[in-house]
Structures are given as structure tokens and as C-alpha cells.
Design a protein. Structure first.
Length: 482
């Protein structure tokens, strides 16, 4: 699908913390990225790194701790904790400074008036900071309601412009005019209940856990339409049938229950439930992790078809880097709640910079016995690979569109590796432990060649429809290519 340059979703310094007693679990910590309209953005990382939490925070299933989420230029999510922390830090700092001035005033009574003026100045500064951050908190809380009001008003205005000429033409036919007015009134009622965030829908990881076992497929898929205020049963039924056929199911499935379907069919039902709302963006939270190999390929192809047909933008969350590379235009790598690297999919596989990204890529198995015997698994130990005792890391651009989490010394070293020159450590550089050596060019070429063969084997296995035959075909392709 042709990708546009318009930014559809912007995540700005997103933090999602969960309270554990007196401490906070930083599930997502200062994550920022943008997704362009029509793009498939892949989010990868190990289990527990915060991928799913990021998706759930974007769609407002969680109230974000701090940061902002913008969709179509509107702020649909805003955290207030950073503003509260700023008030708390300013108050504590002001208390310390005032206590010192009071002690100094007791020690030197002659300068009591001078110290009093300084205390008053500190209190005024504190009041200004508190008022500024409280105003930001009020704006953050009121912003989402205002966004929904503007969104529903824009929908109603568009409907008025659409129906004005139709109503004028139907004035000569009272029966047609009455039906048209009824239709216009119904659509306006639905538009008033519409929220901008509903333009983002989510496909959940576990297809059976995300479907209500007491509801039929018809009820599950139509639930979103009913919540929006649509009451026409004939329209709802036709829409359900249309979506079922679009995702590869049949009309007869509408009256069955989730337990009567296979895992792949349940995931198709979950996809149908999401796209019936006519969203502009989908968050696919590991939609293939619980499925067989052959079914995985079918679901991926279905998502690709829907992306082209409906013009969808997709945030694709997964573990399998090979699948993410095939499906995504850009890839973001997460580790321990933070984004450590972000680049185009081809660029990330050609030039992995961060040690964690290299570790993930080195773990990808290939159906080549010779390569597997020689493959060296790179391990990532953050305490050994980084030294952030002097300078904390920030997101920096190594190449156009290629961002890496690093400090100044690491940036110079990564840049030298990327440009193919030798890195010379200067005296001003921050001491950092050695990182794993980059994969040799010859091995990278062999890796890419075998990856193409693996893709051919996967396509063949999908056609044959058997995971066992998949391994046999892949092995034959690898042996013949030696």
C-alpha cells in the first residue's frame, strides 16, 4: 500500500507506571514514536518489555501516567503525573531553600530583611510553577472531552452538507423526503455519540479470552455498532454478514458461539469485530502468536489484504522478527519498557546498531544445518554493554530515520561502526564496556540469502497446509542451495 507522509499517530514521552506497594513498576518509560498514515509499524521485543502495555495505553484501556498521545493532530490521551511530580519537586526545593534562609536570618539578624525578601521571591516562584502545572493538569483532563465534542460536531457538519442537496431534491416527493429525514436524523444521533478514539481499534492476542463465550458471533461483532446508537437490525445484520465474508468466514457462522471455532477462526472473528467500526488504525497485539504456522500465514495475508482494501494504518506487535520484517514498513525495538532502536525494516536488518537488537537478530533460526552449526548467539547484558553512571542515554539519530538509544560516547562509537570506520576512543569519552562485534558482511549476505529461501519455503508450506511439510520443504531448499 502507498504510504503517505501525514502523521496519523504520535506518541510523545509516554510513561505507564503501575503502583506496587510504595514503588512503581515502570512498564513503559518515556517512549516516543510516530506512525504515518497507511504505514505498518512493527513493535518487537521480548515478553514483558512493554509492547502490549504501549498499545493498551494508546487506545486508552489504561490511564497513562504521563506523556501525550496524538491522533490525527488531536490529543486523545494525556498523563498528569509529570505535572504533579514537577509541583512536588518544586515544593521540596523551595522548602529546602527557605529553611536555609531562615537559619541564615537567625545567624545574622542584620540581614533579616534581605533574607525575608528572598523568601518572598522563592514563594512567588513556587506559586507560579504550581499554577502553571495545575493549569496543564486541568487542560489534560478537559482536553479529551473537548476533542470528542469537536469530532462529533465535524461529523454532523459533514452530514448536513451531504444531505442538504438531497433533501432539496426530495421536496417534490413527500414519501421520499420523510424517509430521507429519518435517515438523516438517525445518522446525526450516531454522530453525536461518536468518539475520536474509536477510530483506533485493537486485535487482542488471545482470541478465546477476548471473545465473550455467552455471546454469538453476530452479537460480538455487532456490539460496537449498537453502542454507537445504531438500532436498525437489518442494517446491522447485513453489515455483520459483509464483514464475516471479508475476513474469510460465511454467514452461517453468525449464529454460532466462540467455542465452536478453531483458533484461526476465532482470530478472524476478533479482526471482524475491529474493522466493522470502520477504523483508520488497527493495533494488532501479537495476532498470530497463538496460531499454527500455516494459519499464521493466512492471518498475515488477511491483514495485508484489509490494509490495502480499507486503507488501514497498523501498529503490529509481535515477537517474530522475520514476520515483522515481512509485514512492517518500520520497526521499533523495545527493551525493559524503553524504545532502544527504531528504523526502516530493511535498514534495521542490514545495520542493527543497538546490542539488544543484534542479540534478537542473532537468535533467529534458519533451516540450514551448516549455518546453524556455525551460528554464534549474541547475548545482551545491559550492565556489561553500557555505563550510564556519568551520562544518561537519549534517543539519537545515527542515520536518516534510524534512531538509537545511547549516550554521547556510544553515539560516536555507533556512528563509526555504521560508517565502516574504526572508532578511536578519546580522553573525553565516557568509559564503556566493549559491545559485541558486528556480524561480518559475508555472514550478513549469507543470512539474507537464507532468509529469502526460508520465505519461499514458508509460502510453499502454506499452500500445502501442513506445518510438518513446512519443515521438510525448508530443509530440502536449504540442502539443494548448498
Amino acid at each position: 500500500m502507498k504510504q503517505q507522509n501525514d502523521v496519523l499517530l504520535k506518541v510523545d514521552h509516554l510513561c505507564q507506571y503501575f503502583r506496587l506497594g510504595r514503588k512503581d513498576l515502570k512498564a513503559v518509560d518515556d517512549v516516543s514514536f510516530e506512525i504515518k498514515k497507511g504505514e505498518a509499524f512493527g513493535l518487537v521485543g521480548e515478553s514483558g518489555c512493554g509492547k502490549t502495555t504501549t498499545g493498551r495505553s494508546i487506545i486508552k484501556l489504561y490511564n497513562i501516567t504521563s506523556g501525550n498521545v496524538y491522533f490525527k493532530g488531536e490529543r486523545v490521551g494525556a498523563g498528569t503525573r509529570s505535572y504533579k511530580d514537577a509541583i512536588k519537586a518544586a515544593s521540596e526545593d523551595a522548602d529546602v531553600r527557605i529553611d536555609r534562609l531562615i537559619e541564615a536570618g537567625y545567624a545574622d539578624p542584620d540581614k533579616a530583611e534581605e533574607y525575608k525578601a528572598k523568601i518572598e521571591e522563592i514563594e512567588n516562584q513556587l506559586a507560579a510553577i504550581v499554577e502553571k502545572n495545575r493549569q496543564l493538569i486541568r487542560e489534560a483532563k478537559a482536553n479529551t472531552k473537548e476533542v470528542d465534542r469537536r469530532y462529533s460536531a465535524s461529523l454532523i457538519k459533514a452530514l448536513e452538507e451531504e444531505y442538504a442537496p438531497k433533501l432539496k431534491e426530495a421536496e417534490k416527493d413527500p414519501k421520499a423526503l420523510k424517509a430521507l429525514k429519518k435517515e438523516f436524523k438517525t445518522r446525526c444521533r450516531v454522530a453525536k455519540k461518536s468518539q475520536l478514539i474509536t477510530q483506533i481499534q485493537m486485535i487482542f492476542q488471545d482470541p478465546i479470552a477476548s471473545l465473550d463465550p455467552r455471546m454469538t458471533v453476530r452479537e460480538i461483532i455487532a456490539e460496537g455498532l449498537i453502542i454507537k446508537g445504531i438500532t436498525d437490525k437489518d442494517y446491522i445484520n447485513e453489515k455483520v454478514y459483509e464483514i464475516l465474508e471479508m475476513v474469510g468466514l460465511v454467514r452461517e457462522h453468525a449464529d454460532r458461539y466462540p467455542h465452536e471455532f478453531s483458533g484461526g477462526q476465532r482470530q478472524r472473528i476478533g479482526i471482524a469485530r475491529a474493522i466493522i467500526m470502520q477504523p483508520e488504525m488497527l493495533i494488532a497485539d501479537e495476532p498470530i502468536s497463538a496460531l499454527d504456522v500455516s494459519i499464521q500465514a493466512q492471518v498475515i495475508n488477511l491483514l495485508n489484504d484489509l490494509r490495502d482494501r480499507l486503507g488501514l494504518t497498523i501498529l503490529f506487535i509481535a515477537h517474530d522478527l522475520s514476520v515483522v520484517k515481512y509485514f512492517s514498513d518500520r520497526i521499533g525495538v523495545m527493551y525493559f519498557g524503553r524504545m532502544v532502536e527504531l528504523a526502516d525494516s530493511d535498514e534495521l536488518f542490514r545495520h542493527p546498531i543497538h546490542p539488544y537488537t543484534r542479540s534478537l537478530l542473532s537468535a533467529i533460526p534458519l533451516p540450514d544445518p551448516v549455518y546453524e552449526k556455525q551460528r554464534e548467539r549474541e547475548t545482551y547484558n545491559p550492565l556489561q554493554a553500557h555505563d550510564y553512571s556519568v551520562e544518561q542515554p537519549t534517543f539519537r539519530e545515527i542515520a536518516p530515520g534510524h534512531m538509537v538509544l545511547c549516550n554521547s560516547e556510544e553515539f560516536e562509537r555507533y556512528l563509526a561502526e555504521y560508517e565502516g570506520r574504526e572508532y578511536v576512543k578519546t580522553e573525553k569519552s565516557i568509559p564503556v564496556a566493549a559491545t559485541p562485534v558486528a556480524m561480518p558482511v559475508a555472514k550478513q549476505n549469507r543470512f539474507r540469502a537464507l532468509e529469502r529461501k526460508l520465505r519461499i519455503a514458508s509460502i510453499a508450506s502454506t499452500i500445502l497446509g501442513s506445518a510438518v511439510i513446512s519443515g521438510i520443504v525448508a530443509l530440502i531448499v536449504a540442502i539443494l542451495s548448498m
